[in-house]
Design a protein around this ligand. Structure first.
Ligand code: PCA
Length: 325
């Protein structure tokens, strides 16, 4: 093709895409239980877009990994198999260290601190997503992460050799540094993993333990507040670029509502689900001072490792966060 023909073809395509020819439906894969707050917020977001565009763009969520499993969602949206999706972003730290900025142990341990970190880190993560052909829409944190075990654990010595369900690079590294045996398993599969003895422990929020009724297999939850990982909702960049401005504005407005609603729901779900674990028969208590001290040391090692791999950009985020707080 000559340059001129290419240009003409490109313009024709752009024009065609800018005008919504007919009502469209976007399937939105999500990885977590339909009853989980992330999934409910996503469903509300979808309804908001459908209503706001007068049905021109309908967004239909598919929770519980029913359309694509958690570990397939990012690729599916990158390649346009789905136009929009939600993914636990730290699960992709192996692709870019910045995706793991929300999993630096003990850098932040409360929702408020975490929001401040994300104010600095979010735009950087959005840039990295853009390179992966993804447009960042909104994100919502999980409640603080604690440790689940079948047997009581007083110190790292009690963790040696325990089979540990991981969900990200950081969780697998935590397992290695505590002498546990990591096995990566999506939340949708954990009940089965615990029932069959594939894993006997994990790090997660009270929320995921509650959603998956882990009291049927595990007995202890230790409050550790190690970090608050985030789910990010992103759109295939070509699909995003093909929307007209009015539709983009609706998505942005609905995303702003979802972000606020999600944060509040995550906060509310924290105590509610820890109470739920207790009602299920689990012991929910703070980790011992010994264990906390050991975990903080391991956290310092993991922080150094992250800073080393994340280079200038990573250091800039952490420095900016610390300077502002
Ligand atoms: N639940 C998700 C990620 C973090 C969390 O609290 C999970 O365990 O997969």
């Amino acid at each position: 093709m000559t340059k001129l023909v290419q240009l003409a073809a490109g313009t024709a395509l752009a024009t065609a895409m800018a005008v919504p020819a007919m009502a469209e439906t976007w399937d939105m894969p999500m990885a977590y239980a339909a009853s989980n707050f992330h999934s409910e917020v996503g469903a509300n977001f979808g309804a908001c877009v459908t209503e706001g565009t007068g049905g021109e763009l309908e967004i239909v969520t598919h929770p519980s990994g029913s359309l694509f499993s958690g570990n397939e969602i990012k690729r599916a949206v990158q390649t346009g198999q789905a136009n929009i999706g939600e993914r636990l972003i730290s699960a992709h730290q192996n692709e870019n260290p910045l995706y793991g900025v929300d999993s630096i142990p003990f850098l932040v341990s409360s929702f408020d601190e975490h929001e401040k970190l994300w104010e600095v880190a979010g735009p950087k993560v959005a840039e990295v997503l853009e390179e992966d052909n993804l447009h960042y829409l909104y994100s919502v944190p999980w409640p603080p992460q604690g440790l689940y075990f079948r047997d009581p654990v007083e110190s790292v010595e009690d963790m040696k050799g325990v089979k540990f369900r991981s969900y990200s690079t950081a969780t697998a590294r935590l397992a290695e540094l505590t002498g546990m045996l990591p096995v990566q398993i999506e939340a949708a599969e954990i009940s089965q993993a615990f029932a069959t003895g594939v894993a006997d422990s994990m790090i997660s929020s009270g929320s995921t333990g509650y959603d998956r009724k882990v009291w049927e297999h595990l007995n202890h939850f230790y409050v550790v507040d190690a970090w608050l990982p985030r789910n990010v909702v992103f759109v295939n960049k070509d699909a995003w670029d093909g929307l007209d401005d009015a539709t983009k504005a609706v998505l942005n407005d609905c995303a702003a509502t979802a972000k606020t609603e999600g944060l509040q729901r995550s906060k509310d779900y924290t105590d509610f689900t820890l109470d739920g674990l207790r009602e299920g028969g689990m012991t929910v208590e703070p980790a011992s001072d010994t264990l906390m001290g050991q975990l903080k040391e391991i956290g310092a090692t993991m922080t150094d490792e992250w800073l080393e791999t994340a280079g200038e950009d990573g250091k800039a985020i952490v420095d900016a966060y610390k300077a502002a707080n």
